[in-house]
Design a protein around this ligand. Structure first.
Ligand code: PLP
Length: 394
């Protein structure tokens, strides 16, 4: 059996890679996991009740694009949060979490050619893994754009050569970003959408951490689009309930954007996708309509930001996360630090380079970083962060 070569450069996913690194090494204390971005605060209390009421929905094929109630709830939330006026029928599609949509959007939206050449897909570097998979499937050029301390942790797409921008079809960008916790300002979004309009590419804006922040809500790409008056087809926004509502297992996300783009995504999904089960759509509709549980959740994250600032504030190079729930801590070498954290204190953290690829100059961003997920309840996290500081910085 011969497997396709197009994925041969794809490394193991980050978690098996860490297992390989740590296998055979004994933890120095009771193991404590800070790798996966899986929220461990309680899920909203209405979930079980709605699932029970709607259980009959499992006997029917669900709607590909999402029920009217769900799409209306999402449009309502986008309106309240960003002042965006989106048509629930033509501008929103429900997804099984945002990850599948981030991947499938590339298949649905990347043309075979751009400006008569092989199209390019741009991604920040470091990045969230789903941004990188469409390009090898499509035979497009995947171009990594550094998002490091030097660039303010966000990619500087505007500094790219004209030749590359002309053949750019899609640009992935996350805000708040994983792994850095950086927030794109309104100016950043406006400039990026302006660039998209000038060069005819589509921005795929991953905003799944948008509700996990300190005090000020991160601006969204839809807000910038309205201000700048850019063509709605230049933008598709992704979000989900995984982080906002502590429901990563529900697999309930959405994409929203220009009518043509969403129509392309619906078409592909109708032929080969898996719609979100009806009862789950009902829970999701309720969750997007409720902010009380989201505010309660944010209060808990605020305590964690304070805790992290207090514990790591004196560490040279510590960049307090603006939003999201990851710490992106400076170390000499990420793999060495992950081994020391495990062997010294039983703490599992991820080497930063696992979220990056070597760029054209041979630089691997994230080598001097580790990613630490602050998802555990604050009382459990406190001790773990103190142990982490001791093992990494004392
Ligand atoms: C940056 C980013 N985007 C998207 C996702 C996908 O989340 P979901 O598919 O649960 O919506 C994640 C999950 O960790 C993420 O970190």
């Amino acid at each position: 059996m011969t497997f396709p070569g197009r994925f041969s450069s794809l490394p193991d996913y980050v978690f098996p890679r860490l297992r390989k690194l740590l296998d055979g090494r004994a933890p120095g204390a009771e193991p404590f996991d800070m790798t996966i971005g899986e929220p461990r605060h309680g899920m909203p209390d209405f979930v079980a009740e709605i699932m029970a009421e709607e259980v009959g929905g499992f006997a029917r094929y669900p709607k590909n694009e999402g029920t009217e109630a769900l799409r209306e709830a999402i449009a309502g939330w986008l309106g309240r949060r960003y002042g965006a006026a989106l048509d629930p029928d033509s501008q929103i599609i429900s997804l099984n979490g945002s990850r599948e949509g981030l991947f499938h959007a590339a298949l649905a939206l990347c043309p075979e050619e751009k400006a008569g050449q092989r199209p390019a897909i741009l991604t920040p570097n470091p990045f969230y893994g789903a941004y990188t998979l469409g390009a090898p499937v499509l035979g497009a050029d995947l171009h990594f754009v550094s998002a490091t301390e030097e660039t303010g942790y966000l990619p500087r797409f505007d500094a790219l050569p004209e030749e590359l921008l002309q053949r750019t079809a899609l640009v992935y960008v996350g805000s708040p970003s994983n792994p850095h916790g950086a927030v794109a300002s309104m100016d950043y979004w406006e400039a990026l959408l302006g660039l998209a309009e000038r060069h005819g590419f589509t921005v795929l804006a991953d905003e799944c951490y948008s509700e996990i922040y300190r005090d000020v809500p991160p601006p969204g790409a839809f807000e910038a689009m309205q201000r700048a008056g850019t063509d709605p087809e230049r933008l598709v926004v992704f979000n989900s309930l995984s982080k906002r509502s502590n429901l990563p297992g529900l697999r309930a996300g959405f994409a929203a954007g220009g009518k043509d783009a969403i129509a392309r995504m619906k078409l592909l999904r109708a032929w080969g996708g898996a719609p979100l089960p009806g009862p789950i759509q009902a829970v999701a509709a309720r969750a997007w309509s409720d902010e009380t549980h989201v505010e309660g959740n944010r209060l808990l994250y605020r305590q964690k930001y304070d805790l992290a600032d207090e514990i790591f504030g004196e560490v040279p190079g510590y960049a307090p996360p603006e939003a999201g729930f990851f710490l992106w801590l400076p170390v000499d070498d990420g793999e060495d630090a992950a081994i020391r954290a495990w062997e010294g204190q039983g703490l599992r953290i991820l080497p930063g380079a696992y979220f990056a690829r070597g760029d054209a100059d041979g630089v691997l961003p994230g080598t001097g970083r580790v990613r630490v997920a602050m998802v555990a309840p604050v009382d459990d996290l406190r001790g773990a962060l103190h142990r982490l500081r001791d093992v990494l910085y004392d």
